[in-house]
Design a protein around this ligand. Structure first.
Ligand code: PGA
Length: 260
């Protein structure tokens, strides 16, 4: 499976700053094969991504979407607006949106369904709020996945990317979760995705939360860690390129091992 590496710039980078950022990212990743890449800028800067990334090996998308196609929803952004800008990924249910905008599992489920309906890939973010025993984390996270995918046609489940992002591992002052713990939570999510999708296909499960170039390898080497979702470290495009490079290297060495 091709690993997936992406970044959300969160509420950082103006359009002018993103232009410089993407110019650098594009050249730093131009040689990479064997990794799928994406960037999720803030809404006002997505047009820059369309301009700068068209024809590159980096896809782009949005950090949120409204469940309706259009209407009287002041300040919101619809899926047709995103597809019109060439977006192919939409982040759904990030913990900062659940916390700051009161997004419930049900709202997140609507956003996931809307994203799929418009042919884009949802990146469904789940994660336990505090560091708990692993068994409790697994129960919490799988309940979130189940709720968010309740309305999704089983045939489409394999198109959903789940981002396991323990809330306690996100943001300034945090460190990434232990790779072994990540492996075990991912295994539980993979099992659930197979169940929900009737066993057809295998959705990708990526990890996010204080990922840095120095921690990427130990996370990506774990079975069932299909990629990484990067926040503040990716605000330096060279860091995101380095993480993508590590993912590509691991993918190549796995293919060689399988071929041999
Ligand atoms: P962080 O953010 O890398 O800054 O911890 C990760 C995320 O929120 O996806």
């Amino acid at each position: 499976m091709t690993p997936l590496v992406g970044a959300s710039t969160k509420m950082n980078l103006t359009s002018t700053q993103l232009e410089r950022y993407l110019t650098r990212l594009r050249s730093a990743t131009a040689h990479l094969h064997g990794v799928d890449l994406f960037v999720l800028p803030s809404f006002p800067a997505i047009w820059i991504a369309r301009q700068r990334l068209a024809g590159s090996n980096v896809s782009w998308g949005a950090q949120d979407v409204h469940p309706e196609d259009a209407g009287a929803y002041t300040g919101d952004v619809s899926a047709p607006m995103l597809t019109d800008l060439g977006c192919t990924y939409v982040e759904c249910g990030h913990s900062e949106r659940r916390r700051d905008h009161g997004e419930t599992d049900q709202v997140v489920a609507f956003k996931v369904a809307q994203t799929l309906l418009h042919g884009m890939t949802p990146i469904l973010c789940v994660g336990e709020p505090t560091r708990e025993a692993e068994r409790d984390s697994v129960a919490f996270v799988t309940a979130q996945v189940r709720a968010a995918l309740a309305a999704v046609d089983p045939d489409l489940i394999a198109r959903v990317v789940v981002a396991y992002e323990p809330v306690w591992a996100i943001g300034v002052g945090s460190v990434a979760a232990d790779p072994l713990r990540v492996e075990r939570v991912h295994a539980a999510i993979h099992r659930l995705l197979l169940d929900l999708g009737g066993g057809a296909g295998r959705g990708r499960v990526i990890y996010g939360g204080s990922v840095e170039p120095s921690t990427a390898r130990s996370l990506l080497e774990r079975p069932g860690v299909d990629g990484l979702f990067v926040g503040r470290s990716a605000l330096d495009p060279d860091n995101l390129a380095a993480i993508a490079n590590t993912a590509a290297e691991i993918c190549t060495s796995r293919s060689l091992a399988t071929a041999g």
